[in-house]
Design a protein around this ligand. Structure first.
Ligand SMILES: Cc1cc2nc3c(=O)[nH]c(=O)nc-3n(C[C@H](O)[C@H](O)[C@H](O)COP(=O)(O)O)c2cc1C
Length: 352
């Protein structure tokens, strides 16, 4: 049976308007990415993982991740850590920042995170994982979600034993990326585990992994019974993929549209991170975006070596002058102000 991705569903009191969730991705999920995701049909967006230790120490860069714009809702902010008390404190900050959900990361496979006992490591310490979830759930009024992998090692089915326990501890939604941490991003996501998890818990499950087309999204929703699909890599520099998945609109964007979206993305990211951080951060996005719009190959390489984002913008617009009008339209559609920020010095927010 075909699932209509334009139907809403609920996580606790939070209404999610579509069945597509934009994945949290470290080094990618800046505000511009999330706002764009919402415009192109994501019903829920998520920040990249934020260190609870960074929040505890009021690290300026970390606190910058807690900035929420009025057009992002519903939005989850994801936290990681291994100490229940510190995670609860971080969750309170997430709530104060104006997020709609607090998401807990039990999936990160990266050594820098796992060696601290956080991320996917917690799948092998279910008691501690449950204590983290219950102290976070007690600390905030927001629904708590947990994002996890299938387990630490290849072939692991730990997600199925731990999933119901996390729900009993207070999780209102589970996201499963059914690869092992050991697999990183190799092989394929085994969504037969997602189907099993759905049958074991009474809360919505979000299916993450290898959703890159409407056909795949429909197949995973139909076979697993998941409430929604999550899209990560497929949306990098390609918001049009979200539109195709949600609405079935597979129209290829024109060169002007590609340039307009990329220029808006650049401007917003510079505002969020400041020119210095943004210019390095944005380089990977140039290649991702310019895969569409029939740009000559050397053009991407030329952009990457330019010193300033202003110069990148100038080159982009010169390659598609008709994009100027589209950029104006996009900017006019953005809400002015309306950002929720914590009562912290403005310098805490990078480009602020
Ligand atoms: C660059 C990158 C960064 C990621 N960062 C996070 C993260 O901060 N938190 C998280 O829960 N998952 C993270 N993930 C995993 C994604 O959210 C998603 O579960 C995974 O990529 C599988 O989905 P996909 O096949 O649609 O990309 C990251 C993935 C990538 C590729």
């Amino acid at each position: 049976m075909l699932v209509d991705l334009r139907t809403s569903w609920h996580i606790g009191m939070v209404e999610v308007p579509t069945r597509l969730v934009l994945a949290p991705m470290a080094g990618v999920s800046v505000q511009a990415f999330r706002r764009q995701g919402r415009r192109f049909g994501a019903g829920l967006v998520c920040s990249e993982m934020v260190s609870c230790a960074g929040i505890e120490h009021r690290n300026e860069k970390t606190l910058g991740y807690l900035r929420v714009a009025s057009d992002e809702h519903p939005l989850a902010i994801q936290i990681f850590g291994s100490n229940p008390g510190t995670m609860a404190e971080a969750a309170r900050m997430v709530e104060a920042a104006g997020a709609d959900l607090v998401d807990i990361n039990f999936g990160c496979p990266v050594r820098k995170v796992t060696k601290t006992g956080a991320g996917a490591t917690l799948l092998e310490d279910p008691d501690l994982a449950c204590r983290i979830v219950s102290s976070v759930a007690e600390a905030v009024d927001l629904p708590v979600s947990v994002k996890m992998r299938r387990g630490l090692r290849n072939g692991s089915r730990d997600c199925l034993s731990i999933g119901p326990r996390l729900v009993a501890a207070g999780a209102s939604v589970l996201t499963l990326h059914p690869r092992s941490a050991q697999q990183m991003y190799t092989g394929t996501a085994d969504h037969s585990l997602t189907e099993e998890l759905v049958s074991l818990v009474g809360v919505p499950v979000i299916a993450s992994g290898d959703i890159t087309s409407r056909a795949r999204a429909q197949a995973v929703l139909a076979t697993t019974g998941a409430a929604a699909v999550m899209v990560g890599r497929g949306a990098q520099g390609n918001p049009w993929a979200l539109r195709e998945i949600v609405d079935g609109d597979a129209t290829e964007p024109s060169r002007e549209e590609v340039v307009a979206e990329l220029v808006l993305f650049i401007r917003e990211t510079v505002r969020e991170l400041g020119e210095r951080r943004a210019s390095g951060f944005l380089k990977k996005f140039y290649a991702w975006y310019l895969g569409r719009g029939r740009f000559p190959r050397p053009f991407k390489q030329e952009l990457v070596v330019l010193d300033s984002t202003t110069e990148v913008e100038r080159r982009l617009i010169a390659a598609a002058p008709g994009s100027l009008q589209l950029i104006e339209q996009l900017e006019a559609g953005l809400p002015s102000g309306g950002e929720v920020t914590l009562a912290l010095p403005i310098s805490a927010f990078g480009g602020g």
